[in-house]
Design a protein around this ligand. Sequence first.
Ligand code: ZN
Length: 482
Amino acid sequence: MARQRRKKERGVVGRVLLLYALMLAAALLIELDGRHVRLTLSGGAETVIAVGSAYTDPGCSAVSDGRLFGVRGGPIPVKATGAVDAGTPGEYVIDYEASLGTHVYHTQRTVRVADLTAPVIRLERREGYTPSWFDGYEEEGYSASDNYDGDLTDRVRRSEYDDCVVYEVSDAAGNETVVMRQIPYVPGRPVITLAGGEATEIPLSLMPYADPGWRAADAAGNDMSAYVRVEGEVDTGRCGVYERSYRIDSGRGEAVCVTRQVSVVPATLPETVIPGEKTIYLTFDDGPGPYTDELLDVLAEYGVKASFFVTCRYPAYFDAVGRAYREGHSVCVHTASHNYYQIYSGEEAYLEDFKACEEMIREQTGGYTTLFRFPGGSSNTVSSFNKGIMTRLTADMNARGYQYFDWNVDSDDAGRTRSTAGVYRNIINGCSGRTACVVLQHDVKDYSVAAVRSVIEWGLENGYVFRALDMTSPTAHHPVAN
Ligand code: ZN
């Protein structure tokens, strides 16, 4: 009995142990299976869509899944929360939820709504517009707009280059647009043409440089001469090579430039021509004065041309200078001041006085002269207080293109002779036997002017012609004595 009971007891224990073992195995299998909800997103976990487009969620599915026993049963309902505002850029999160037993499972999708479209730049074009080289390009207009930011015209960055304009704009999302406009310039740059050539030689002179002029035209033939800027001085009083530039600047930083080389060289005086017939050159110094008009009347009466070496000492009679010129006489420089100590104090002083006299002549005649006579003549010694001044001045004035005249017949009207008869006698004595007579008189002396009629009659009777001096006339130069 006892054995049977023990055997019976052993059987119970064995069943209980087996049961435990089965339960343990089941728990182990459940654990190893790891059953859970598997959520699967259609489309990606991160999506980007263009602002303004319609958003349709691709959805999410759920199943019960295990490692050992796989998917069991049908689809599990999924609950989605969260919304996407497709009209407003930003990041939106959609949450998907499914549960198995007491467990709740989640997954998420991020939807980015973005402005993906670059702005548009529109270029306007003006009908028939062709920009010129000079004026540069005048903007024809443009506008920029963006699908999300709207009008961006104010934000356009514009860069102008030689032959194109580049327009750039970005929207708030950083999308960038670049467009380029070719500028249809009138082909070719303007051309500047210099009258007188690009290399000229002019004589040393006392007169300011007179530019022979220029012309500028663009390829379309438009005259642009007025836009030429001229730079570079020419000192006509100093030998040397000077450069002048003629330049047009366009409105866009380009320039066309040509240069002229002006060489100032010593003047070459024309050769003296010895007249073929007996000639008297009547010359009158120190006027115009009170007797000049009367003298001009006599000369006009005989049709005789003479030469006047004028001063600026008697402004009331300056008109006679213009009359003399118009009536065919030569108007020449003598001196403005006739002050020996002033004019022979130095070359500068001499030239200053000379120019003043030239200006008076220009005012009366409309032009300058290249003929002159030194006060006292070139042989004067009154200038000896300034050693060598006459040697320097005679050479210098010839190099500047001026011809000076002395005389070979002296009426002595500024010396001891004070009568008309004496003046007449001195002149005809001096002219007798001489072919080219350069006669010195002063038209500020009434007794000298009074002799002119008789001198003319004597000369005409004795086969002389009367001429005004010019650049080729005999100069009757005296030996320079200082
Ligand atoms: Zn004089």
